[in-house]
Design a protein around this ligand. Sequence first.
Ligand code: NAD
Ligand code: GLY
Length: 374
Amino acid sequence: MSDAQRLRVELGARSYDIVVGSHLLAQAGALMAGVVRHKRALVVTDANVARLHLDMLRRGLDAAGFAHEAIAVPPGEETKDFAHFQKLCEDILATGIERATPLIALGGGVVGDLAGFAAATLLRGLDYVQIPTTLLAQVDSSVGGKTAIDTRQGKNLVGAFHQPTLVIADIDTLATLPRRELLAGYAEVVKYGLIRDRAFYEWLEVKAGALLRGDADLRREAVLRSCAGKAAVVAADEREAGERALLNFGHTFGHALEAATGFGEALLHGEAVALGMRMAFDLSAKLRLCPAESANRVCRHFASIGLRIELDGMDADRLLELMRKDKKVKDGRISLILVRNIGQAFVSRDVAPELLREFLVQEIKTLAPRARAL
Ligand code: NAD
Ligand code: GLY
């Protein structure tokens, strides 16, 4: 029996469904049948996900009569570069795809961004289906059509908006996800509560422990509520002219921390976002925009579930320099998402660089590991 639930991302002719539930890989072909134009599909995945979940997806495609092939790229952020993008495009073309052949992105945000960008450009645009297998990808990167690769100058600097035709979030795939990746993805779940849905945040404070331990109903509900939040924002502002910027909560600080730590294992994207959200709350409290107790409450929640809220060896000037290179800098002003309280985020370009520097100096001391600070 299926427990699947559907949400719609309303974007006119580019509208699509997000299906969330269990046992969905085995039903992927049936779910795709009414949506894609070809009974042939090309799966793009990474080597880890191929080992764990590709067979089940193949069975789901066979069951609905889809012909299919798969290409596995190396796992990791390094794969989101020009060299791997070129190889992937050439490997896909070598299979003899046609314009109506959909790509399937089976994996985390790396596979989704890379395969999505290939779909945006190959033959001037292919359909693609997102089948996200990390919590981060299920609640964020698979929805909304941002696709990109990284360059020497920074993350996600070459890309396109290209909406998928369907998103299938099978929460069973999360069972194989390492705990650290699960927690990093959880940061993006909390983000929706913190920016615009206080009731969701308060629900998460109560349910996070069981959800992270594996409760399937709670996971499904958290993915659904997150996707509903994202779908509403994307429907209102697909190209990030306004409200969509709120989804970058914690990201201006976070991207700078990621860049400073080398975009790798030292600090995962979701971990950097969690730290960035904590910093945004601390800065909002310092500017008396938000009660200090709310900032402390969020910090306590992160600590209680084991999300990293400490950071070592940072330099305020280096962070500020990296923040100045952010994609969202406008007329030289750094764009920050700040909060009036939990669930009340807004865009600010009003924080003066000197004040930001002073905050960073202080915050780096606050974020230093406790053992060292004593
Ligand atoms: P990821 O894709 O690198 O996956 C993390 C690791 O988990 C990888 O080693 C992967 O092989 C492995 N993995 C994936 N699914 C698994 C499973 N079910 N079981 C076991 N292992 C599994 O990382 P991510 O956190 O999913 O995505 C991060 C990327 O997403 C970044 O490149 C970021 O820029 C991008 N992103 C994009 C958007 C967007 O809107 N397009 C939004 C947020 C993040
Ligand atoms: N993850 C930010 C966005 O999709 O806009």
